[in-house]
Design a protein around this ligand. Structure first.
Ligand code: NIG
Ligand code: FE
Length: 411
C-alpha cells in the first residue's frame, strides 16, 4: 500500500544519506525541501523530493497544502511507567519545600516506589498506556522507558514487563532501560553495598534472562549513587550487554561524566550543572549528552548550558524525562520550545536534538529520526503554519494535525 503526500509546504529533516547524529555547528543546519512530496509504502519511507519530481502512482494521495511535515520526536529519556501521582509534593514545593527536602522526608522516588509496589501489574499497565497514548498524539514516535520505581526484585520486574507489554501492543518503538539504581530503599540507607548486591546478583540475571532491558541506568548524584557505586552498576550491566545511559550532573558535578565516558555510556542525561572539565571529557567520545529542559522548568533548577556545549563542538539531544516527580509531562513540543526559549537553541538545533540526536540516544538512528529512504514512516503533519519557526514560537498551542507511526495514523 503506497501513500503519497503532496503539496507539503516544507518537509523537514530530509537526509539523502543517513547520518547517525549531528554535532556542534552542524546542528544549526536543518535540511528541508519546500513544496515537497513524500511517498511511503506500508511502514517505510520510499521516496521524497520536490513537487516537480512528484511520482504519479500511489494507492492513496493526501494533499497537505499549507502544512509542514517532519519526523516524529524521538524521546530518549522517560519514566512513563509509574503508579499514581505526586501532586501533593508539587503543592509542597509551591509552599516552600525543596525537591531535596521532600526526598529526605521519604517523598520523591521512594514515595513512587511505595505506590508502585502496592499496584498490580495490570493496573500499572493500564495507568501507563494512557500516558503512552498521550505522547503519541503529541508527536512522539519512539520512546525510551526506564524502570526505577520498583527498587525491589518484583517491583523492577513488574515495571519492565509492563514496558515489554506496551512495546508489544503499540506501534511506537520502545527501548527499555533498567534503573534499579534510582535510589537506595530506606532499609539500605546505611548499607549501600547490600542493595547494589541485590541489583547485581538478583535483579540483573532475571532481567537478562527475560530479555527485559536494552540499557542500564543509575542516578549518579550526591546523596544517591556515587561514582564508584555507579561504576559497579555499569560494569555489571555491560556483562549482560546492557549499555549505560546514566542520570548525572542534575544537581552537582562530581566527575561522574568522566566515569560514564570511560565505560562507553551511550548517553549522559540531565547535565544541569556542567563544568569545563566535563565538556573536555565529552569531546572525542561517542557519548551523547541529553538535556531535559522540562525538568529544569518544573523544579526550577538551571537549564543545561546548551550554547556552551554546542560551541565546544558537542552534540546534544533533547528528551522529556516524563516522570511523576520532576516532569509530569511528556510533551516534546514543549521540550523543543523550552530549549529555544530558555537554552537559546535555534529552532534548527532543537529539532535536530529532538529527532536525529534523540534517535542516536536510544540506538535507533538507522531507522528513526530523519526523512530518509528506508527509514520508518513516522511523521508529524502540522496544522497550516507560516514556517517551522512557529513550532517553538507558539509554545502553548497544539500545532499538530496528524501523527503517523509505522505507517499508521494515530487516533
Ligand atoms: O530524571 N533524577 C532522577 N530521576 C528522575 C526523577 C525522579 C523522581 O523524582 O521521581 C529524573 O528527574
Ligand atoms: Fe530521568
Amino acid at each position: 500500500m503506497k501513500t503519497l503526500f503532496i503539496n507539503i509546504k516544507e518537509l523537514l529533516q530530509t537526509r539523502e544519506t543517513n547520518i547517525d547524529k549531528v554535532s556542534g555547528a552542524e546542528m544549526a543546519e536543518l535540511p528541508t525541501i519546500k513544496n515537497a512530496f513524500l511517498l511511503i509504502e506500508n511502514d517505510i519511507i520510499l521516496d521524497f523530493g520536490s513537487m516537480e519530481k512528484c511520482p504519479t502512482e500511489a494507492d492513496k494521495v493526501i494533499d497537505v497544502n499549507g502544512k509542514i511535515i517532519l519526523p516524529t520526536w524521538c524521546d530518549s529519556h522517560t519514566h512513563i511507567v509509574y503508579a499514581g501521582n505526586r501532586e501533593q509534593e508539587f503543592v509542597d514545593r509551591i509552599n516552600g519545600l525543596s525537591y531535596e527536602e521532600i526526598a529526605n522526608r521519604g517523598g520523591g522516588i521512594l514515595n513512587s516506589a511505595k505506590k508502585l509496589n502496592e499496584t498490580s501489574e495490570d493496573e500499572l499497565y493500564h495507568q501507563s498506556k494512557k500516558r503512552l497514548e498521550e505522547v503519541m498524539l503529541q508527536g512522539t514516535g519512539a520512546v525510551e522507558i526506564k524502570s526505577g520505581y520498583g527498587l525491589t526484585v518484583n517491583g523492577e520486574l513488574k515495571m519492565l514487563r509492563v514496558i515489554k507489554r506496551l512495546a508489544e501492543n503499540y506501534p511506537i518503538k520502545i527501548k527499555a532501560t533498567f534503573l534499579g539504581a534510582h535510589a537506595f530503599p530506606k532499609e539500605y540507607k546505611e548499607n549501600h553495598q547490600a542493595y547494589i548486591d541485590v541489583i547485581i546478583n538478583e535483579m540483573l540475571p532475571k532481567i537478562a534472562e527475560e530479555k527485559l532491558a536494552d540499557y542500564i541506568d543509575a542516578f549518579l548524584e550526591t546523596g544517591y549513587f556515587s561514582v564508584e557505586e555507579t561504576e559497579q552498576i555499569m560494569l555489571a550491566g555491560k556483562k549482560y550487554g546492557m549499555i549505560p545511559k546514566i542520570h548525572v550532573n542534575q544537581f552537582t558535578a562530581i566527575n561522574g561524566i568522566e566515569a560514564c565516558v570511560k565505560h562507553q555510556a551511550l548517553t549522559v542525561d540531565h547535565l544541569e550543572i556542567v563544568t569545563d572539565e566535563d565538556i573536555e571529557v565529552l569531546k572525542n567520545s561517542s557519548t551523547m549528552p541529553v538535556a531535559l529542559p522540562s525538568c529544569s522548568y518544573f523544579i526550577s533548577i538551571p537549564y543545561t548550558p546548551a550554547r556552551k556545549m554546542l560551541n565546544a563542538g558537542l552534540p546534544l539531544a533533547l528528551a522529556s524525562d516524563f516522570n511523576p516527580g520532576t516532569t509530569p509531562s511528556g510533551n516534546m513540543n514543549f521540550v523543543v520550545a523550552t530549549a529555544c526559549i530558555k537554552m537559546k537553541m535555534t529552532p534548527e538545533e532543537a529539532i535536530n536534538a529532538a529527532t536525529i540526536n534523540g534517535a542516536y540516544a536510544m540506538g535507533i538512528s538507522n531507522t528513526h529520526g530523519s526523512i530518509t529512504e528506508g527509514k520508518k514512516a513516522n511523521i508529524i503533519i502540522t496544522k497550516e503554519l507560516n514556517s517551522y519557526y512557529e513550532i517553538p514560537y507558539r509554545f502553548g498551542s497544539n500545532l499538530i494535525d496528524k501523527v503517523m507511526i509505522d505507517g499508521k495514523f494515530i487516533e
